[in-house]
Design a protein around this ligand. Structure first.
Ligand code: SAM
Length: 255
């Protein structure tokens, strides 16, 4: 069964097919439309991979900062995107430096895409780093893979009420997918949307509009069995590397 939720994709936006874009059709339409609407003065992307989403950010933003733990995006995409500022490093530490850089340059940060490490702790660390900074302007944040149980746990773990500037949180701004692109019984994709507004005076609006769908999928998913053993992943990776066996995660370094 062919189950790719991202291609083919028909749009007025001139997509560069060479740049693999790891999002579903619904996410792509949403991403293009949001960026066209916001037209950021400055935008940050955590997690660039082959530049699929970066091409949209680059098109609609005046200034773009890409943060990736791998140096592969900078190596392969610098020529194609000479105006993008590539930063290599762990996202939750690098992003604070980028915030300061943007402020020092007198730019306005309008948009952040969080699409790096999707484990609970990493998503939580990214969000805490973003929320801890004293932003001076409203920011729209998209978190990709909010339908993935680990990632969703990270997004849910934050006490948003402790941050008065957080005006809006929707875990299912765009709903994710179940068992697609050959991910056996796994849940991926989905956009959570968070709006930060330093001038906000209203109570927080918090939504998880597809929580029922999430729960239905979760109880039929492999995550039930797989995620409790996630702590063994570094050991498995070390063993596989030693034996020279390729893993799914290796695609992010070797392209
Ligand atoms: C899912 S891909 C990004 C896909 C891309 N945004 C798109 O739409 O096609 C995830 C990327 O995050 C990077 N990454 C993983 N962990 C990270 C971390 N802790 N900090 C920064 N980048 C990370 C990976 O190297 C990879 O390039």
């Amino acid at each position: 069964m062919h189950s790719n939720v991202g291609i083919p994709f028909f749009s007025a936006f001139n997509i560069d097919e060479d740049l693999e874009w790891q999002m579903s059709r619904a996410e792509k339409y949403c991403f293009i439309n949001l960026l066209e609407h916001i037209r950021p003065n400055a935008a940050i992307e955590i997690g660039t991979y082959k530049g699929g989403s970066l091409q949209v950010l680059n098109h609609f933003s005046n200034n773009v900062y890409s943060i990736d733990i791998s140096n592969a995006p900078a190596r392969f995409l610098s020529d194609k995107f000479p105006n993008v500022n590539f930063r290599i490093g762990e996202s939750h530490t690098t992003i604070t430096k980028v915030f300061k850089e943007i402020e020092l340059a007198g730019l306005t940060l309008d948009f952040i895409l969080v699409d790096g490490d999707h484990t609970t702790k990493a998503v939580q660390q990214d969000l805490l780093a973003i929320l801890a900074y004293p932003h001076k302007h409203p920011i729209t944040i998209i978190l990709h893979d909010s339908f993935n149980p680990q990632s969703r746990r990270g997004i849910k773990s934050i006490n948003y009420k402790a941050y008065p500037s957080v005006a809006y949180v929707e875990l299912d701004y765009i709903t994710g997918s179940f068992w697609h692109n050959n991910t056996y019984r796994e849940m991926w994709g989905g956009f959570a949307l968070i709006k930060i507004d330093p001038f906000n005076t209203k109570p927080l609006v918090y939504m998880a509009s597809q929580e029922h769908l999430f729960q239905r999928a979760y109880w039929s998913s492999l995550h039930l069995i797989k995620d409790p053993f996630h702590f063994l992943v570094p050991l498995k990776q070390a063993i596989f590397r030693r034996l020279g066996i390729k893993q799914r995660i290796d695609i992010y370094d070797e392209f």
